[in-house]
Design a protein around this ligand. Sequence first.
Ligand code: FPP
Length: 239
Amino acid sequence: MPSTAPKTPEHVAIIMDGNGRWATQKGWPRLVGHRKGAERVKAIVRAAPDLGVRWLTIYAFSTENWKRSTEEVIGLMGLFARYIQREAEDMSREGVRMRFIGDRSRLDPKLQDLMHWIEDRTRNNTHVNLTVAINYGGRNELARAARKLARQAAEAGLDPDTIDEAALSNALDTQDIPDPDLVIRTSGETRVSNFLLWQAAYAEYEFTPVLWPDFTPEVFSEILSRYGARDRRFGGVGT
Ligand code: FPP
């Protein structure tokens, strides 16, 4: 049976790694690497639709990243807020729909307000979907989903026997987002790091030595070509 999977991934998820090393190699503070990383986000979001990618999910801050220095954490949070404010106009004009996944409750209320504001403002955009994972961890997301379903069972008459894979998917932060076809990690690390554990069950993985601040649309396009050569079988026998 010929593979019916499209040759371009509809949804690409990216673990943007290497900002710190990129800056350190140049003798600059780590935050300079994150700032350059934010510029790369914009370039990749802009390039994605022309490369056939309509959904992008990026790992911006994990549930483990709170262990970094206060200076770096505050710097990153400021960068997220500024990105939303600065890019709102361009994203509206260019048809970018922005969403967030992760546990928002620990984030600064002002950042939470900005996140809701941009989600609302870009709600009707359809050109490209950008989902940013902030205070996100796959295990944390699954635990929150389990709590949500348990509460519905205890308080709202949900029958535990009806909790199947679809019900769990619907309780996740990604309920209105398709599963990723391809997960890319930059900087030569080959770990999953708690990213989209449930959703990436059948995803392909690509690892590149390129550090995130050097990740250009050309590098992205090259990785997408490699993906196009793969045969995805989803547990079947394939060609
Ligand atoms: C990993 O590199 C990167 C992060 C933890 C932060 C990612 C954030 C950005 C790219 C900033 C912009 C994002 C948005 C949405 C505006 P690292 O610091 O772990 O690098 P290292 O492994 O070399 O130290």
